[in-house]
Design a protein around this ligand. Sequence first.
Ligand SMILES: [Zn+2]
Length: 446
Amino acid sequence: MNIGRNLSGVRCGDTTARFRLCCSSLRLSLFLFTLFSLMPASAMSQTDKSLDRAKAIIKAAPIIDGHNDLAWEIRTSKTAPFDVDAYDLRQTTPGHTDFARLAAGGIGGQFWSIYVPGEVKDSGYAKIQLEEFDIARRFIAKYPDKFTLALTAADIEAANKAGRIASLLGMEGGHAIENSLGALRMYYDLGARYMTLTHNVTLDWADAALDKPVHSGLTAFGREVVLEMNRLGMMVDLSHVSPGVMSDALDVTQSPVIFSHSSARALVDFPRNIPDSILARMPKNGGVVMVTFVPAFVSTEVMQWEKKAGDWKPVGVAETDTAAVKAQREEWLKANPSPKATLSQVADHIDHVKKVAGADHVGIGSDFDGIDTTPTGLEDVSTFPALFAELIRRGWSDEDLKKLARYNVLRVLKANEQVAAQLQKTKRPSVQTIQQLDGAAAQAVP
Ligand SMILES: [Zn+2]
């Protein structure tokens, strides 16, 4: 789930977006066909060799992807919202994810995002959050020959040994706990193994990357949330939070953290991306940065275009004249087509995180089904091998690629389990409240 969707005003599953995507794919195929026709035989076999090696590596170390919004995609399906049976993963789906493509992509584990928008005003967050758990738990249960709910690192290994995709749940974001540590504990019991501390809205206890910072990081209650997550063994996910929150969380956490879907700010100056000052702290913390494919986070050109598209206003017509506004918008889009992010740019971010944080602290967090457009070459969950082939051509070792695919995030999950087991020997569930820690006016954030 990303800001790009909001800025461009096009949701995942939108037929226009899909049509654009299909056209792009067709154009890409023609381009590649021409390219390969002109390519010397030696370069072509190099490409094939890299792809073969990538597939072998992924087979030996099936990918654990940090973020996929399939549950939201099903919830918001235009034809059958909430209907897990209608959204048949055994067939080709309209989104980015189905079984054939998961198999081609070499996915061994998936953190399914349990997302609730921070902008919801008409009900409590918990209701939507629980419905999202319900959707994910239902689609995992529907295919017992394909998916296994995984609650531990050992569950992931066991599921893969049995030929299943380990299905993990990750919450997005901390507003869903509605300032309650009791609610946090119940989400853990429902299966959540990470939680982004915020989504795009600043909370009573934490600043979001894309909202106004009002706390300069985490409040005292925010720090208590982190410690309670450590005690539970729920990974602290720092995607979506402000750099101040990243820094405060790294100061207070007793377990390694994750970024389930973020990229590098040194390459694209988007506020959702991670500054080098934070990447440099990952070795000491032991955590993992799972690099995302969100086009606006990966490409400066796309980021700038999305800003322009978001700022666009109709001229000379009333904003309530929806037909005229739509026609004008379509004209504008025709005259200002979106640039495309590329697989190579995603590889640049992975290289950068490796350079600054180290090969032990980088992973993959695609955000498939949470993005309305994709980088060229990374169109859906089947395309991971192409990304690994690119990294092979850039000189990555097999060992580092296996860490990137799987072993870094597995290590972090195991470490969180071990810290939790230790903490639970002496630490009782916290009954602190936001009023006790942050004062009586704590919930009055504008
Ligand atoms: Zn997100």
